[in-house]
Each structure stands twice: as structure tokens, then as C-alpha cells.
Design a protein around this ligand. Structure first.
Ligand code: HEC
Ligand code: HEC
Ligand code: HEC
Length: 158
């Protein structure tokens, strides 16, 4: 009985270790190899999970965002699944309220390591519900209104 437990526990640990190893190797080989350090410490996003599989996001978020931008800008398609606004709402720091105010903030942490510089924040807000690059539809206002309670003093209600 005890031996069986130990064996199965060991089995899951080994499987977990293998998974973590594989994920790490796939996730960020460039800065781990380049800098010889661990991936920067990231604040966990809000909610249960990201808009796509986490490991996929680590490797492919740039393509997602660029693709999404192209679709929005050039073809007038507007989905919310990969919206930059969504990233900001879930990934803004608890401390700074922003995704890019300090080097530790979510969208800066890896980029600092990888020497990626984004111009996105010239136009796009780094905080939920901060200044917007352009007018949004009324529906967007309704959808994001719960965020206002968070950013504006938690609201007056108990
Ligand atoms: C010169 C200003 C400007 C810059 C720089 C810029 N954008 Fe945008 N972006 C806009 C405008 C204007 C829109 C359309 C209005 C909107 O959807 O809010 C837009 C829309 C988007 C959208 C679709 C709407 C949304 O909220 O998801 C994405 C995604 C996006 N941009 C990503 C990026 C990324 C990533 C960068 C940096 C690599 C970037 N943008 C840089 C002005 C800019
Ligand atoms: C609904 C909230 C939510 C939205 C919207 C969201 N994320 Fe996430 N994201 C998360 C959570 C939660 C995690 C951590 C998941 C985990 O640990 O498995 C995460 C993880 C990530 C990671 C991996 C971080 C790490 O630890 O290596 C990246 C990169 C990422 N998100 C980028 C984005 C981008 C880019 C967008 C916008 C296109 C976005 N996320 C939108 C909640 C969100
Ligand atoms: C887990 C680490 C990590 C996190 C977190 C992260 N990025 Fe990145 N990002 C990278 C790496 C690495 C690259 C460079 C990839 C390459 O050069 O192919 C990159 C590139 C990009 C690019 C393309 C830049 C260019 O000029 O080609 C965009 C846009 C981008 N990230 C947006 C974001 C946004 C927005 C967030 C926050 C929501 C974010 N990233 C969070 C690691 C990360």
C-alpha cells in the first residue's frame, strides 16, 4: 500500500519533471541560452488561463498580435479574442496597474531580456481603461465597465 503510493507519486513527479523540462526547452531557448539565466519572473495573469495555451502564448503571442492587428486595420475584422486590450486587462501589474510601466511589468520583463522594444505603447494604453488610441464602440464600453470598478477606487459599494 505505502509502496504503491510512493511508486505512483514518483511516477507523477517524473512525468511532471519531464513536462516542465520539455516546456522550458520549447518556451524560451533564446534568452535562456543568450543570458544564461532563468526566464524573468512574471506576474500571473488574471483568471484561469490565457486566451490560448500558455506555452503557445510564450512562443507565438507576437504573431497573434500582429496578425490580429493586420486583420483589424486592413480588413476591418474585429474579434476580441486576441485583442491587445484583453492582454492589458489580464496582465496589468497589481503594483503598477500597467503592463509596461517598469521593467518587471508583464510585457516588459521578457522583452528587456530579449532586447525587444515595442512601439505599441505610443498609441495603445498600458493600463486597463486608460487613455485609448481611438474611439471604441458602445459595446466595448459595456464589456469593460467592470474594470472601472477596479481602477477607480474599487467603487463606492461595499
Ligand atoms: C501609431 C499608433 C499605433 C501604434 C504604434 C500601434 N497601434 Fe495598434 N492600433 C492603433 C489603432 C488606431 C488601432 C485601431 C483602434 C482600436 O482598435 O483601438 C489599433 C488596433 C490594434 C489592434 C486591434 C484592437 C485591439 O485592441 O486589439 C491590435 C491587436 C493592435 N493594434 C496591436 C498593436 C501592437 C502589437 C503594436 C506594437 C507592435 C501596435 N498595435 C502599435 C494604433 C497603433
Ligand atoms: C482572461 C485573462 C487573460 C487574457 C485576456 C490574456 N491572458 Fe495571457 N495569461 C493569462 C493567465 C492566467 C496566464 C498564466 C497561465 C498559466 O500559468 O498557465 C497567462 C499567461 C501568458 C503568457 C505566458 C507567461 C509565462 O508565464 O511565461 C504570455 C506570454 C501571455 N499570457 C500573453 C498574453 C497576450 C499577448 C495576451 C493578449 C493577446 C494575453 N496574454 C491575454 C491570462 C490572460
Ligand atoms: C514569456 C516572455 C514574454 C512575455 C511575457 C511577453 N513577450 Fe512579447 N516577445 C517575447 C519575445 C522573446 C519576443 C521576440 C520574439 C522574436 O524576436 O521572434 C517578443 C516579441 C513581441 C512582439 C513583436 C515585436 C517585434 O517588433 O517584432 C510583440 C508585438 C510582443 N512581443 C507583444 C507583447 C505584449 C503586448 C506582451 C504583454 C501582454 C508581451 N509581448 C509579453 C517574449 C515575451
Amino acid at each position: 500500500m505505502a509502496r504503491l503510493d510512493l511508486a505512483s507519486k514518483l511516477g507523477s513527479w517524473l512525468r511532471l519533471a519531464a513536462l516542465i523540462g520539455a516546456a522550458a526547452a520549447l518556451a524560451a531557448p533564446s534568452f535562456q541560452a543568450a543570458a544564461g539565466v532563468d526566464k524573468p519572473k512574471l506576474e500571473r495573469g488574471k483568471g484561469e488561463r490565457c486566451v490560448e495555451d500558455t506555452d503557445f502564448m510564450r512562443r507565438n503571442h507576437m504573431q497573434l498580435l500582429k496578425h490580429h492587428r493586420d486583420e483589424t486595420m486592413h480588413r476591418g475584422i474585429r474579434t476580441t479574442k486576441h485583442s491587445l486590450k484583453g492582454c492589458v486587462e489580464c496582465h496589468a501589474s497589481e503594483k503598477t496597474g500597467s503592463v509596461a510601466a517598469t521593467k518587471e511589468d508583464f510585457c516588459m520583463a521578457c522583452h528587456t531580456y530579449a532586447s525587444v522594444k515595442l512601439d505599441c505603447w505610443d498609441c495603445h494604453a498600458t493600463r486597463p481603461m486608460a487613455k485609448k488610441p481611438a474611439k471604441t464602440e458602445a459595446t466595448a464600453e459595456v464589456k469593460t465597465s467592470p474594470m472601472m470598478a477596479n481602477t477607480q477606487n474599487g467603487g463606492a459599494k461595499p
